[in-house]
Design a protein around this ligand. Structure first.
Ligand SMILES: [Zn+2]
Length: 507
């Protein structure tokens, strides 16, 4: 007797179909799984055997062979417990073969026969839908996530016994995912800029960063509120579109980070890895590749607090993904590609003690300061358009009469600038000014005679590099967009130049 159960696996960000074939024959008792299983699949044998016994069936005494196809990809994780168990129970004729037709199955079994949530369900169910399957039966805790796939009829079950009785009775209980409600239920958990007093210049720099998707570096002494302001960045972006939400949800699904109460990720990610983070945990990788912090920040913010404290190799590994907006990890079992369209926000002190330039407490030598700053390489700095100083907030700002600008007000400005860019770049492969290539800069950032004069004098005065020239023009374009101005004017240019001023001061 041969049974075939449809299941899935994940490679990079995409799922694919895995066919689980179970053959039950006469002969010496044996239970083999073939098709390149890793250790987790081998452990699956023990769970399947025990779960089947514990829900009241006799485990078959003959020779059982399980084949996971295609054989040339590595299967990971416990997702095949359920399909293997169903294949065995089908060989025992516990339910009709038609019950398996057109249905996708995946899930981990506990020894008592209850089903546990698995990671990667969303991309797997997408693959099933693409392959023409219209039904999926999954652990109850994965059901809402799977139901996000349009046109998929999903049933969540708590135990293997419950599933078998549903298959016998030909019953199907559909799980609904109310996507509109999930998108609306986007109650801002992100803290608000309205709670931050003073720091008007830094808030403005954050506005420009969000509007044109420019990476930003905040430099200032400890206690100036750099981290507090960075945490408020996600709240000033436009709300996520459904497509963006689904892209992020896929990544979180693979990483096993889906909250089963809120299957759809509707908040822009804010990831703040510690400076001891390894290269693999930042960019992704490992023996069984997983998305790294840069991919978990997709469509959101990657915040690196105390930038010079990070390992140099880990920082250097960020350079390519910052250009390509995706990262590819090659392993023997295949090539894994994860998207990583994130805004890099970083903070640092001006010197090892943190007080250089603000307090005579600083006793750092010139060499110590130079060593500290040199931990951030030129090529990484090149990918950060905005540098801004966050000074200590003085007393007058703390008691200022007017309430500070709120995140909602900033978000409205950012949304206008984002819309202008979307329309301008509709025919191009870019969305934001930060993505403008040097050729595109010539086309979209034309300057008049007055603006040329201003830029030239700034160059002579500040001895700026050619790279700084491009950054200034990209930033000026964003500042003009925030101003709803068609052309870049001197006032836009002057503000953009100011965000480059720290190059000379620090590096
Ligand atoms: Zn110092």
């Amino acid at each position: 007797m041969l049974a075939k159960v449809i299941s899935g696996a994940v490679l990079g960000i995409d799922g694919y179909i895995v066919e689980v074939e179970v053959d039950m024959g006469k002969g010496m008792p044996a239970f083999e799984i073939v098709g390149l299983p890793d250790s987790a699949v081998k452990e699956s044998k023990d769970r399947v055997r025990t779960a089947i016994k514990n829900i009241g069936y006799n485990f078959p005494s003959g020779r059982l062979t399980v084949n996971l196809a295609p054989a040339n990809t590595k299967k990971e994780g416990p997702a095949y417990d359920l399909p293997i168990a169903l294949g065995i129970l089908r060989c025992m004729e516990m339910f009709p073969n038609s019950a398996l037709d057109g249905v996708f199955f995946a899930g981990e079994l506990s020894l008592d026969g209850s089903l546990r949530a698995i990671s990667g369900v969303l991309p797997m169910v997408y693959a099933a839908q693409k392959a023409g399957y219209s039904r999926a039966a999954l652990p109850a805790d994965n059901a809402e996530e799977a139901a996000l796939v349009a046109g998929m009829d999903v049933m969540g079950v708590r135990t293997l016994r419950e599933l078998v009785s549903k298959l016998v009775a030909n019953e199907w209980e559909r799980t609904y995912a109310d996507i509109d409600a999930m998108l609306k239920n986007n109650n801002d958990f992100t803290p608000d800029f309205g709670e931050v007093k003073g720091q008007a210049a830094v808030k403005r720099a954050c506005t420009v960063a969000a509007a044109g998707f420019h990476n930003i570096l905040l430099i200032g002494p400890p206690g100036s509120g750099k981290t507090m302001m960075a945490k408020r960045l996600p709240g000033i972006f436009p709300e996520l579109t459904l497509n963006e939400s689904l892209e992020i949800t896929k990544i979180y699904s693979i990483a096993g980070l889906i909250d089963n109460k809120r299957a759809l990720v509707t908040q822009r990610p804010f990831r703040s890895p510690h400076h001891t983070a390894s290269t693999a945990s930042l960019s992704g990788g490992g023996r069984n590749p997983m998305p790294g912090e840069i991919s978990l920040s997709h469509h959101g913010i990657l915040f690196l607090d105390e930038l010079p404290e990070f390992k140099k190799a880990a920082l250097e590994a960020l350079r390519q993904p910052l250009e390509d907006r995706e990262i590819t990890i090659t392993r023997v079992n295949g090539t894994h590609t994860y998207p990583c369209f994130f805004l890099l926000a970083a903070s640092m002190n001006p010197c090892p003690c943190g007080y250089h330039g603000t307090s005579d407490k600083c006793r750092c030598t010139r060499t110590e300061i130079a060593n500290y700053l040199s931990k951030i390489s030129g090529p990484l700095l090149d990918r950060i358009d905005i540098q801004v100083e966050a000074p200590f907030v003085d007393y007058s700002a703390l008691k200022e009469a007017r309430p500070p600008i709120s995140s909602a007000d900033i978000r409205a400005q950012v949304a206008t600038a984002a819309r202008i860019q979307r329309e301008r770049y509709a025919k191009l492969k870019i969305t934001y000014n930060a993505q403008l290539s040097s050729g595109q800069i010539d086309a979209f950032c034309a300057l008049g005679p007055d603006e040329h004069k201003l830029l030239k004098s700034a160059f002579d005065r500040m001895r700026l590099s050619a790279r700084a020239y491009h950054k200034i023009l990209r930033l000026a374009r964003t500042i003009a967009d925030l101003d709803n101005a068609k052309d870049i004017k001197t006032r836009h240019l002057a503000e953009a130049i100011q965000y480059r001023g720290l190059d000379r001061k620090y590096w």
